[in-house]
Write a protein that binds this ligand. Structure first.
Ligand code: NDP
Length: 287
């Protein structure tokens, strides 16, 4: 007799807002393709201040793991039993594995980002990089770029939360060979002539604010600059449109999203998903 097991294996994402997060589209497409019939990816809106309750719920429901997106990536650290060395350096976690109540946190955003950069045939070695934003994504990207040999990283962040930017700059300067500086973000940021790569690591432009773009003096975006957005939804943003109009090379946040999701699936299920299946599902739904 065929075994009857209707128990769902639950993973998902905690975020706020969460509704625009396209993780479910690519994760469930991968599960289906892999024959993981009873794996479910839940998109869960967790208010700031309610993360502790959400983590207790995750344990109570024996969820296999969870992704954390804004604003929970840093806050969640205090609820974890173990953190990977790179996540410790980054100071943020986006993927958690629940091993029978013991929570292990890792940061796969930066790794997914680096793979996306490699696929665009951009090497960060010896390059001067500007990162807009110093939150979870900005920190992960900054640390991975430094570990990959970027020569100089400028962190541009709004001065309301300069401690975040300063702590990232301090980590890069003291724990890696990369030189880093913090520039307070006031008015339209002028991209330095010597910069090679410009990255938007803020949520500006994320659905539903699809017409927004970071305050940058876009006249300083040159054709030899490589411009990268982290925004996964919509795939093409006004920020990238400005880069395109000025003849710069550009890359969307889709590749980073697919790559990090593939790493997460491996961590949760032990199996490698087909990224082409995930990309196809993303394009069908998000465009
Ligand atoms: P965080 O909230 O941790 O960090 C956001 C950063 O952007 C902070 O430095 C914040 O500054 C800054 N910021 C926010 N709003 C503004 C604004 N209006 N002007 C200037 N700076 C601003 O978020 P995450 O780093 O987790 O996520 C950022 C974006 O990256 C999100 O849109 C997310 O969807 C995307 N992302 C994409 C991934 C992908 O795979 N493509 C993976 C991970 C994230 P402050 O702290 O001072 O408010």
């Amino acid at each position: 007799m065929k075994e009857q097991n209707f128990l769902d294996n639950l993973v998902g994402v905690f975020g706020h807002p969460a509704a625009e997060n396209p993780g479910v589209v690519i994760q469930e497409a991968a599960f289906k393709d892999m024959g993981l019939e009873r794996w479910r990816f839940l998109t869960i809106d967790v208010d700031p201040g309610k993360l502790e309750d959400a983590i207790a719920g995750l344990k109570a429901m024996k969820m296999k793991g969870i992704n954390c997106t804004l604003p929970h990536k840093i806050e969640v650290l205090k609820y974890l039993d173990e953190i990977s060395p790179s996540a410790k350096l980054i100071g943020a976690v986006n993927t958690i594995v629940n091993d029978n109540g013991r929570l292990f946190g890792d940061s796969t955003d930066g790794k997914g980002f680096m793979e996306s950069l490699r696929n665009a045939q951009i090497s960060p070695e010896g390059k001067r990089v500007v990162i807009l934003g110093a939150g979870g994504a900005g920190r992960a990207i900054g640390v991975e770029l430094a570990m990959a040999g970027a020569q100089h990283i400028t962190i541009v962040n709004i001065p309301q939360d300069e401690k975040m930017a300063e702590s990232l700059v301090d980590i890069l300067n003291t724990k890696t060979k990369t030189k880093a500086e913090y520039i307070p973000w006031t008015g339209d940021y002028k991209v330095p002539a010597e910069a090679h790569i410009l990255i938007n690591a803020t949520p500006i432009g994320l659905y539903p604010n699809v017409d927004d773009k970071p305050n940058v003096d876009y006249e300083t975006v040159r054709p030899d600059l490589f411009v990268q957005d982290v925004i996964p939804n919509p795939a093409f943003t006004p920020f990238l449109d400005e880069a395109k109009k000025r003849g710069a090379r550009w890359n969307t946040g889709m590749g980073m999203l697919i790559n990090q999701a593939a790493i997460n699936i491996k961590m949760w299920t032990g199996k490698d998903p087909d990224k082409e299946v995930m990309t196809k599902a993303f394009k069908e739904v998000i465009g």
